[in-house]
Design a protein around this ligand. Structure first.
Ligand SMILES: [Zn+2]
Length: 427
């Protein structure tokens, strides 16, 4: 079969439209939620011919997915195989389910994502993220690598010693990792005199945290990693609801979409499409999904897109890193900030490596931003840090001193799958 990613833009649009129409017909017949939605809004699927027609269908919100969760399920209960939940970055995690066909689709998605990176059958990949804890991504990596025929090491999250031991034993070329965990691995290697620069690892496939700014240059976190360990870093972006990954190719110029598996719209607050380069909210429709397909689902993630053909030969749109979630925007003394701005700024400061950021909302509806830093920080350091924040962010968040072990506990919650440096207590 011809690779849709290198097809012309017109061909891509045609295939996507066909798949989207099929998905809508399927939803009308099998999804209680969408059947009702079409009916209530007088949507005649046979009359949807253009993108403008499509926008007559109201977006689906995370709250709806939470509230009417069962009404989204399109298959008999006995056909469901895997039960997972979203990460719950905002509010309670949402339940999702996959049947056999969805697991095959998930494997295909992840295999294609690895192919965009350039992973080959002969390569060995070490998965340093959890495969359990109701986490879709960890299993997706395994399924994708299996479909590709590559070697897999399932070390799971944490445990730097096990990670290095596995690297020595099995000589992986790639790590799949949360970027800040790479720093932990480097720390461990330095402490234990492991010659990590000479290891078999040539690249890390990064998940869960941004490694680039909106201009696609490395941010402070990835610069720190690159300085210590000069491996190639690939950015990926995915979520359980999308069940699809957006992935950087070897040119590192944005995360390529997989148009056979997902239909993307990037919209302003009025629901109109933004132009290439402008920031809007990512709204997705999953394609070829059967258990819980989503139509015009508002991810809450603010991104921009690039639609020039990529020099790698792919003609798919590419997404910028996520600047933040729309609801995560913090209004601080008249200045609007996204968590990622604050995280990048603290990482840039260099002298504070352990921190968490907490957003709260007071009685008057006013946001407050607290940065917890270790109580071992000196007065001079605190003063310098305050001035640095003020100069970079135009405002100074509240600083709170805490025991390093307490900050670690907040950052790595026991039931968590990824480190949390931003905790939103406003919702
Ligand atoms: Zn490319």
């Amino acid at each position: 079969m011809k690779n849709i990613q290198t097809a012309s833009k017109e061909e891509i649009a045609e295939i996507q439209w066909l798949r989207l129409k099929n998905q809508m017909l399927f939803l009308d017949q099998n999804s209680k939620f969408y059947h009702k939605r079409f009916k209530k809004n007088d949507i005649e699927l046979s009359e949807i011919h253009t993108l403008e027609d499509l926008r007559k269908i109201p977006i689906t919100t995370k709250e709806e997915l939470q509230l009417y969760n069962h009404d989204f399920i399109c298959v008999p209960k006995e056909d469901i195989i895997d039960h997972v939940t979203t990460s719950g970055t905002l509010g309670r995690p949402v339940s999702l389910a996959l049947n056999n066909a969805d697991l095959d689709r998930l494997a295909l998605n992840e295999m294609q994502s690895f192919q965009i990176i350039g992973v080959k059958k002969e390569d060995v990949v070490q998965i340093t993220t959890t495969l359990d804890r109701r986490f879709m991504a960890g299993m997706a990596y395994f399924l994708g690598l299996r479909m590709l025929g590559a070697g897999v090491i399932r070390t799971g999250s944490g445990l730097p010693q096990l990670q290095w031991d596995s690297i020595e034993r099995f000589q992986p070329k790639y790590l799949i990792a949360v970027p800040s965990f790479l720093l932990k691995m480097i720390d461990y290697a330095q402490e234990h005199h492991i010659d990590f620069k000479k290891s078999s690892v040539k690249a890390a496939i990064c998940i869960g945290e941004s490694i680039r700014n909106m201009d696609l240059e490395f941010n402070a976190l990835s610069k720190k990693i690159k300085q210590l360990w000069d491996i190639e870093l690939f950015s990926t972006y995915a979520s359980s609801e999308m069940a699809t990954a957006f992935t950087e190719c070897e040119l590192h110029v944005g995360n390529h979409a997989q148009p056979d598996l997902i239909f993307t719209e990037i919209l302003d607050q009025a629901g109109a499409p933004v132009k290439s380069g402008e920031v809007g909210e990512l709204v997705i429709s999953t394609l070829q999904n059967t258990t819980m397909p989503l139509l015009r689902y508002a991810t809450g993630d603010m991104v921009s897109f690039i639609d020039d053909p990529c020099k790698c030969g792919r003609n798919t749109i590419r997404l910028s890193p996520v600047i933040g979630r729309n609801r995560q925007m913090i209004k601080l003394k008249g200045t609007s900030l996204y968590p990622q701005n604050v995280i990048d700024t603290i990482n840039e400061f260099d002298k504070i490596s352990l921190f968490v950021i907490i957003a709260e909302r007071g009685n008057l509806g006013i946001d407050n931003l607290i940065i917890k830093i270790p109580d071992t920080s000196t007065l001079t350091l605190i003063q310098l840090f305050k001035e640095f924040l003020k100069s970079k962010l135009q405002v100074t968040p509240t600083l709170e001193m805490a025991l390093p072990s307490d900050i670690e506990k907040l950052k790595y919650p026991e039931d968590g799958r990824k480190p949390r440096v931003f905790i939103d207590n406003r919702y």
